[in-house]
Structures are given as structure tokens and as C-alpha cells.
Design a protein around this ligand. Structure first.
Ligand code: CA
Length: 234
């Protein structure tokens, strides 16, 4: 189960695009498709996917050029990328990894291997998408049971607060701006107002307050929010 995880497939061969989608969609991933780099960039501009599977040889801008462009942009530099190519030469593999791909697969690929690599990369780079419970101090976020607990006591919260908490717990001690949280938790930084984040942070703190744990979610003035057990700056 990975209902909140979106994968963008960038591949110009329709048969391979279909194979990728038919392999990943039944695993619960949300799928978006692009057949060239420009379309892929348009999709990324609207909503940040959680992972990208990127073909090397595309009409127009190549997959390597696109990977490099994504890595040079602060908003997209952390996006997990699996590079896909028909070419198996070692030199190509190295330039793909140089361009910023996290992993590399040669066509033809086995669907089972693809799923395993996607899962491994998400675990490594985006632990908020894994199914295993995430533990931070007294806090446990259990995605499979859709439950958050403090000291073993279940908290009551809405679906958005749960997603927000799941993301923050997967990346403790890191400060996220409102725009970053919109991108990562809502999947949309363009059409939702930043004030929305504040509203849900407030609700999340209220839910945590039931177990006196509201201080875990901290405001970092001028920067955003973070989950931390250390005392707040302000
Ligand atoms: Ca191709």
C-alpha cells in the first residue's frame, strides 16, 4: 500500500510506458506519464512527484539533461530518480549517475526488479512513503494502521494532519518551509495558499496536545516548521 505516492514515468516508447504503468499501478502508486522532457517538467512544476523513472533517450532534451536540470533546482534536487536505458555500457551508466540519478536499470528490465528498486529507493530517500512504522522519541507513526501514537496512546487527527505528521516524523530535526511542505505533503505548491499549512500545523499541535506532546512540532521563525525533541528556539 502506497496510496499517497506518485511516480512520474518519462519514456517515449508507448509499449514500455504501458509496461511501467501496469507494473507499478497495481502496487498502489499514483502514476503520471510524460513522453518527453518538456512535458515532464510541466508536470513537475505543477506537483512534485515522489519518484521519477526516466528514460535516457528521449526526443528533444535527453533524460540525462533533464536529470541534471532537476538536480540543479533547489525544489527538485531531492527527487528520487531511477534512470532507464537500453544501453548497457559502463560509460553511460557512469554519466547517468553523474547527472544525479539515484539508481539505474537497463532495458529490458524485469517487473519484479523494477518494483524492488522503486521500493528500495523510496525507503532510502523518502521514508515517509514506506509502510513500516516511523518512530521518533515517544512518537510512533504507523502508516499501515493509519495511526499515530505518543507513549503508546493513539492520537485523534484528520487525514491531512496524519500525512503532515508522517512526513515530519520521517525527517526529524529538519526545517521545512511552508512551500516545501505544500510540495511534499499536499503535492501542490501552486494552487494552495501557504496559510493552509499553518491551519493544519495548528490542528496537528492540538491533536498532539492530548498527550502533552504539542512541543514536538516547532515553529522556526522566518523558516518554517520542524519536528524536534530539543527545546524550541523561540
Ligand atoms: Ca527512449
Amino acid at each position: 500500500m502506497a496510496l499517497d505516492t506518485t511516480i512520474l514515468l518519462v519514456e517515449d516508447e508507448p509499449a514500455i510506458l504501458d509496461l511501467l504503468e501496469f507494473t507499478l499501478a497495481p502496487k498502489g502508486y499514483g502514476i503520471k506519464r510524460a513522453m518527453d522532457a518538456a512535458t515532464a517538467l510541466d508536470i513537475v512544476r505543477q506537483a512534485l512527484p515522489d519518484l521519477m523513472i526516466l528514460d535516457w533517450m528521449l526526443p528533444g532534451e535527453s533524460g540525462v539533461q533533464l536529470a541534471r536540470a532537476l538536480r540543479n533546482d533547489a525544489r527538485t534536487k531531492g527527487m528520487p530518480i531511477i534512470m532507464l536505458t537500453a544501453r548497457a555500457e559502463e560509460a553511460d551508466k557512469i554519466s547517468g549517475l553523474d547527472a544525479g540519478a539515484d539508481d539505474y536499470m537497463t532495458k529490458p528490465f524485469s517487473p519484479r526488479e523494477l518494483v524492488a528498486r522503486v521500493n528500495a529507493l523510496l525507503r532510502r530517500r523518502a521514508p515517509e512513503h514506506a509502510d513500516e512504522p516511523i518512530v521518533y522519541g515517544p512518537l510512533t507513526v504507523d502508516p499501515a494502521r493509519h495511526e499515530a501514537r505518543v507513549g503508546g496512546k493513539a492520537l485523534e487527527m484528520g487525514a491531512t494532519e496524519f500525512k503532515l505528521l508522517r512526513f515530519l516524523t520521517a525527517h526529524p530535526e529538519r526545517v521545512f518551509s511552508r512551500a516545501q511542505l505544500l510540495d511534499q505533503v499536499w503535492g501542490d505548491h501552486t494552487f494552495i495558499e501557504e496559510r493552509t499549512v499553518d491551519v493544519h500545523i495548528l490542528r496537528l499541535r492540538k491533536a498532539l496536545a492530548a498527550q502533552s506532546a504539542e512541543d514536538l512540532v516547532q515553529t522556526v521563525r522566518g523558516a518554517g516548521y520542524r519536528l524536534s525533541r530539543s527545546s524550541a528556539d523561540n
